[in-house]
Design a protein around this ligand. Structure first.
Ligand code: TYD
Ligand code: MG
Length: 462
């Protein structure tokens, strides 16, 4: 006999409660509890993977380590983010805003994975829509290993998996799945949890890697992927600005690798293209030198990137000066401006200041500070900075330039890309030898020094 049962779930963090509560005790959000009807049909016969091997406790010594090689996804960028390829039996969540390219990435991967049977389960698009998408993608290998299934019921999906025995499973998306064991609507917290748990069980018992796609909205109201983070092995986040072609895959949790990896893709007319030489695309295309541009040597994850920072400083025309920053924290910008005002005696209080980071990327690395400061100074004085100069340093409140992490990696990248000088903190010079690199190292201690070093030799030349 089915027993009617309902429970309340927090929309924000997924906490469960038997009764309604105004405030979630686990995440502190107000008015997030919603009732979901859970009807347990006949008692579930174990978990429903259908392929389960009976489990029993084992001595750790007796467990044989049959480590299968990781599967290669066909994308070097994606393999890098996953820590060297897809681990068998792992469950990977790919989260991102709608329209960012999650389905494209995984369908492309599915089609490019040669000699591997892939099952792409879609609850979002019809077979013909998927075919249309596949036609757009430029895939050179044959795709006879790639199966499409449009189904949302997990029990049905498991039956097909039983018959087909794929090597990789892709679920697009977890929010569309529905398990027979629960009566709540697909996309509800209880369904998402249950379906993910069923797939996790499948992955662990059959060693088939499972990719789950999950949507997150800008304000994070649909909490699906958040609740999944502790169920899955790896969480990949797909980011990027809709208006720019560049997409970043970032790893925020990985049981089988480091989380500091990053993959860069470009969305083109025929699918995603890997960007292997990332620095080149982030340096804007310009022939002549303009004032207000400076190049920063930053690290995104483990990856050194040369990125262009732009500043525009102009007299405020309409009363209140405007301050705006794209790709950079505006509070940090205000802090830099205050330091420049106080330590370098630049009158910036009555100026409009705009900061822009090329490529639509948001940068957290504080080593970008020095480049932003240089761009501001260049715009104020209207003197361009030589295009072969770059910066890596953090500025403190007293105008002191602080050391940044892994400076050698940054210098090597700048050197490789043909820069001739790099400004860095004098505290970073410990252990570095000038003649170790082809690029000239210019150490600075305080922000006032940068002015003379940057602009005066040029002026005397002209
Ligand atoms: P999609 O993978 O459907 O996004 P998601 O699954 O994350 O919701 O990608 C949608 C966007 O990608 C859409 O706006 C069109 C664009 N796109 C291209 O620019 N080129 C292509 O080859 C494809 C397939 C999509
Ligand atoms: Mg999609």
């Amino acid at each position: 006999m089915a027993k009617l049962k309902s429970s309340f779930f927090c929309k924000n963090c997924g906490a469960q409660s038997a009764k309604w509560m105004g405030r979630c005790p686990s995440c502190g959000e107000w008015n997030t509890f919603e009732e979901e009807i859970l009807v347990r049909a006949d008692p579930p016969k174990g978990k429903s993977s259908g392929m389960g091997i009976p489990s029993s406790p084992k001595l750790i010594e007796d467990i044989s380590l049959t480590e299968l090689p990781r599967l290669k996804s066909g994308f070097r960028e994606l393999d890098g983010v996953l820590g060297g390829g897809i681990v068998r039996g792992s469950i990977i969540l790919l989260g991102g805003e709608p329209g960012i390219g999650k389905s494209t990435l995984l369908l492309q991967m599915a089609m490019a994975l040669s000699d591997t049977k892939v099952l792409y389960v879609s609850g979002e698009e019809s077979e013909s829509q998927l075919k249309m998408r596949a036609e757009r993608l430029e895939i050179n290998t044959n795709t006879e290993h790639c199966y499409i299934l449009t189904e949302t019921n997990t029990q049905e999906i498991f039956q097909h998996i039983d018959q087909l025995r794929p090597d990789v499973i892709i679920i697009d998306s977890i929010q569309t799945l529905q398990s027979n064991l629960l009566d709540s609507a697909s996309g509800s917290i209880s369904q998402i949890k249950e379906c993910a748990a069923e797939f996790q069980h499948l992955a662990k018992t059959t060693a088939i890697p499972v990719f789950l796609i999950g949507h997150i909205t800008k304000d994070g109201t649909l909490a699906g992927p958040k609740i999944l983070e502790h169920i899955v092995d790896t969480v990949l986040q797909f980011e990027g600005d809709q208006h720019y072609g560049y997409r970043i895959v970032r790893c925020t949790k990985n049981r089988f690798g480091s989380t500091s990896e990053l993959g860069i893709f470009e969305m083109t007319g025929n699918g995603l293209r890997e960007v292997l030489n990332s620095s080149e695309i982030l340096l804007s295309q310009r022939d002549e030198d303009f004032s207000g541009n400076a190049i920063a040597a930053i690290l995104e994850g483990n990856r050194p990137l040369m990125i262009e920072t732009q500043a525009l400083v102009s007299s405020a025309v309409y009363g209140m000066p405007q301050r705006s920053a794209t790709g950079y924290d505006i509070r940090r910008m205000n802090m830099l401006l205050a330091v420049l005002e106080k330590r370098c005696r630049f009158k910036l209080g009555a100026k409009d200041v705009f900061i822009n980071i090329a490529g639509g990327i948001h940068v957290e690395d504080p080593a970008i500070n020095l480049s932003i400061v240089a761009a501001i100074l260049s715009s104020v004085t209207d003197i361009p900075i030589d295009a072969k100069t770059c910066f890596a340093g953090e500025m403190g409140l007293n105008g002191e330039i602080r050391a940044v992490t892994r400076i050698e990696q940054r210098i090597t990248e700048a050197d490789k890309l043909g820069f001739t000088r790099i400004f860095l903190s004098k505290y970073n010079m410990k252990g570095l030898k000038q003649n170790q690199f082809g690029i000239e190292l210019i150490p600075i201690g305080k922000i006032d020094e940068i002015f003379a070093l940057l602009f005066e030799p040029r002026e005397s030349k002209s």
